[in-house]
Design a protein around this ligand. Structure first.
Ligand code: DX5
Ligand code: ZN
Length: 218
């Protein structure tokens, strides 16, 4: 299991001053930024497009972890890769060829991963484990920040962590949705090494301490 990484979610930033809020992420000592892309179809909300990523890219060296919540991600992965995404994750639930889209991501030279919703079984990512850099298990139904963490999802991260070990693989396991300082240790105990936090990070009184609390979990 990798060392713990906190990836603050830009969804919880002030969308009129993203560049300034990203400086808060850097000032807290973070190395990753989670960027949520929503299409109003796969999820009932809209957020950012490739232009947002392209405009942020020259302003930060943060590792841009781009989470695509799109019904047809295969049409957009090239645009987000060219915009400067370091990693792109795609959901397995919509009807499209996930394997072919992972191949596209490989050809584009970005890190890649698959995502499952809280009610999607862990088995849905099993066919892709040898190909991915990361598996993201959503701990809320995607679409909005500020929802409550669904702890039963950790049974799936524990299962995925077992597969990781038995197959001798080293992909990361990420959780996203309602993650905070209280539930992060529970996640860590269930194989998680990558923690997305939107509300808990941006509302934190001491963001640097918040990061340290996550990134020093055993
Ligand atoms: C939810 C997004 C999350 C969201 C998490 O659809 O994928 O990344 O920003 O926000 P919090 O941490 O507030 O639940
Ligand atoms: Zn996300």
């Amino acid at each position: 299991m990798g060392s713990p990484i906190l990836a603050p979610s830009m969804l919880a930033a002030d969308h009129t001053r993203l560049a300034e809020d990203i400086k808060l992420v850097e000032a807290a000592g973070c190395t990753w930024l989670h960027v949520d892309i929503m299409d109003g179809h796969f999820v009932p909300n809209l957020t950012f497009g490739p232009q947002t990523v392209a405009d942020l890219r020259p302003k930060t060296e943060l590792f841009l972890d781009v989470h695509l919540m799109l019904a047809q991600p295969q049409h957009f992965v090239e645009a987000f890769a060219k915009a400067g995404a370091d990693q792109i994750t795609i959901h397995v639930e919509p009807s499209y060829d996930v394997g072919a889209c992972l191949d596209q991501l490989k050809d584009l030279g970005v890190k890649r991963g698959v995502v499952i919703n809280p009610r999607t079984p862990a088995e849905a990512v099993e066919p892709y484990l040898r190909e991915v850099d990361i598996v993201l298990a959503m701990t809320v139904q995607p679409g909005f920040g500020g929802q409550s963490f669904q702890q039963d999802v950790l049974e799936k991260t524990a299962q995925i962590a077992k597969w990781r070990e038995s197959l001798g693989l080293d992909f990361r396991i990420e959780v996203d949705g309602g993650v905070n300082a209280e539930n992060a240790p529970l996640c860590r105990a269930k194989g998680v090494d990558t923690f997305v936090a939107g509300t808990a990070f941006f509302k934190s009184e001491d963001r640097s301490l918040f990061r340290k609390n996550i990134e020093t979990l055993d």
